[in-house]
Design a protein around this ligand. Structure first.
Ligand code: 13P
Length: 254
């Protein structure tokens, strides 16, 4: 059975002290995670060790990085390797977030390299895809997302693909307060799963968690996560507020 995941993406927010307080508050608030559910915290690089320490031993709770570099090591000033992340015990890396694609020119090809190196070091990519507003308005979002998956993921074997989590984040819904309707989310998630099934078979496709991202909050999480092919969320703004994020964790399907 595929995992249901509530993933917090702090982006470039919070001081160390604010991050510590947020994690402490979330840990102290009762929340229920079944064996099939996970909470993931994608924190800024300087806070990875702190988060890893605070969450150590917490069942089904993991830390993620928000990016990594595509090379193993070497003279790449300012970059962070997956070997470094592995040495901290990090489980996940968010790859291909639309903000990285847009502001840092990350291409599908570069992301394919990052996916490969993560898998080599047993770190699971949370691979983001999703279309801008102009594409949605032209109703060509399926082709757009297909190309993103094709160029960054479809070189993988079925065994490798099982280690990928996909996050569908329509760009027009990120930080805008404008959520895709639960029907729009379900439609795209079912489309992605059908594509995976056509390529890798239904058994593999049914095992892949596909998260929705874009203005998820406590008030809409139950409805969005309730959709058949939505396996949780990648949450920005609402993940910075402890009781919001705890409600979002509790909204995961059992
Ligand atoms: P918001 O939840 O703030 O819309 O951000 C979504 C997102 O980009 C998560 O990665």
């Amino acid at each position: 059975m595929r995992k249901q995941i509530a993933a917090a993406n702090w982006k470039m927010n919070l001081t160390l002290q604010q991050g510590e307080t947020l994690l402490d508050t979330i840990i102290a608030t009762p929340h229920s995670l079944t064996d099939n559910q996970q909470a993931v915290f994608a924190v800024p690089f300087p806070y990875l060790a702190m988060a890893q320490q605070k969450l150590a031993g917490k069942k089904n709770v993991f830390v993620a990085a928000q990016n990594c570099y595509s090379k193993k090591n070497g003279a790449y000033t300012g970059e962070t390797s997956v070997e470094m992340l592995q040495s901290l015990g990090i489980r996940y890396v968010v790859l291909g977030h639309s903000e990285r694609r847009e502001y840092f020119n990350e291409s599908n090809q570069l992301l394919a390299e990052k996916v490969n190196i993560c898998l080599e070091y047993q770190i699971q990519p949370i691979f983001c895809c999703g279309e801008p507003l102009s594409i949605r308005e032209a109703n060509t979002q399926n082709a757009y997302v297909t190309k993103q998956l094709e160029e960054s993921l479809y070189h993988l074997t079925a065994e490798q693909l099982q280690h990928i989590v996909i996050a569908y984040e329509p760009i027009w819904a990120i930080g805008t307060g404008k959520t895709a309707s639960s029907a729009q989310a379900q439609e795209m998630h079912a489309f992605i799963r059908a594509q995976l099934a056509a390529r890798y078979g239904a058994a593999v496709a049914n095992n892949i968690s596909i998260l929705y991202g874009g203005s998820v909050k406590a008030a809409n999480a139950v409805e969005i996560f309730g959709q058949t092919d939505v396996d949780g969320g990648l949450v920005g703004g609402a993940s910075l507020i402890a009781d919001e994020f705890v409600s979002i964790i509790n909204a995961l399907k059992k």
